[in-house]
Design a protein around this ligand. Structure first.
Ligand code: ADP
Ligand code: MG
Length: 302
């Protein structure tokens, strides 16, 4: 077991930021921590990387407790904080030497820094000051920093926020390749990101875990009472409303509708009966599957 969290809570004053969270992450998994702003993602990540202590409960990495064995945990974890705070006045290599010093790499520092520059694609920008780098390259520096001591677990807090579409693709690819060798926990509020990079998603809302599964299962488990129907003839909303069980309609075109229905009704049957009576032909009829985004909205509303 790489990461083990049990009954973890964090209270800031009167604010309960994490509410009895438990989870397990096995070695090599790439897990997306999803949740709206204020859900508690950063709080959980800060506890796992020994930046703040929990109020109650336990968290450990490879069996080392984040409080009683924090020195061991720090060796095992690489952490990219939210907003990636960097020393903008430092040159890239200078900054990486500074980080190498913190990890006491000694005479191995230069070799390791060269490796990281290569691995994170920093070579062409390496002679610039961090302040002069684009956001995408700053994220590479942040990743190099997190990887310095070759940690087994990478904790990346919103690693792609604020990147343009090209940078986004590059950084995702880099994270994905890192995920082949390491356990990765990343936070994001972009569902497609989790689908693109992660094996599994943990959705948190108001400090609690509301889903913990593969993205596919999360989508499938969300109840979804919407049928997508296409007719061969144009159909009017008033007419569709006559069908027993119809709750809401969305018109894509006069022949193509999304019908939300009351859970207990067999809308498929009612609709076919209705179409037969009206002498209408159904070209296609299917349960509309939820996107990850819609599943997320369902799970985190209220
Ligand atoms: P997320 O990263 O999911 O946006 P956070 O973990 O940053 O969420 O925050 C969870 C909740 O805890 C929020 O309501 C936030 O306002 C609150 N919070 C976070 N840090 C502090 C702090 N240092 N003091 C007081 N409240 C905090
Ligand atoms: Mg956060």
């Amino acid at each position: 077991m790489s990461v083990l969290v049990k009954d973890l809570s964090k209270q800031y004053g009167t604010q309960l930021a994490l509410d009895n969270v438990s989870l397990e992450i096995i070695k090599g998994e790439v897990v997306g921590l999803l949740g709206p702003n204020g859900a508690g993602k950063s709080t959980l990540m800060k506890i796992l990387s020994c930046f703040i202590p929990p109020t109650s409960g336990t968290a450990s990495i490879n069996g080392f407790d984040v409080i009683s064995d924090s020195m061991e945990v720090r060796k095992l974890v690489g952490y990219l904080p939210e907003n990636n705070p960097l020393y903008t006045d430092m040159f890239v290599r200078e900054y990486l030497h500074f980080i190498a010093g913190i990890h006491k790499l000694g005479k191995n520092a230069s070799g390791r820094i060269d490796e990281l520059i290569e691995m994170t694609g920093l070579a062409i920008e390496v002679n610039k000051k961090i302040g002069a780098l684009s956001k995408g390259y700053r994220q590479r520096v942040g990743l190099a920093q997190a990887l310095m001591h070759n940690p087994e677990v990478l904790i990346l807090d919103e690693p792609t926020s604020g990147l343009d579409p090209n940078q986004l693709v590059d950084i995702r690819a880099l994270i994905k390749s890192l995920g082949k060798e390491k356990t990765v926990i990343l936070s994001t509020h972009i569902m497609q990101e989790v689908e693109a990079i992660c094996d599994r998603a943990i959705i948190i809302n108001k400090g609690r875990i509301v889903a913990d599964d593969s993205t596919l299962n999360i989508k499938q488990k969300q109840k979804n009472n919407v049928l997508e129907v296409q007719f061969e003839e144009p159909v009017k909303a008033d007419s569709l409303r006559q069908i027993k069980g119809v709750k809401n309609l969305r018109e894509i075109s006069s022949r193509h509708w999304l019908i939300e229905y009351h859970e207990k009704e067999n809308l498929r049957k009612n609709l076919m009966q209705w179409a037969m009576n009206k002498d209408l032909n159904i070209a296609s009829l299917q349960q509309k599957s939820l996107s990850m985004e819609e599943a997320f909205q369902e799970l985190t509303k209220g």
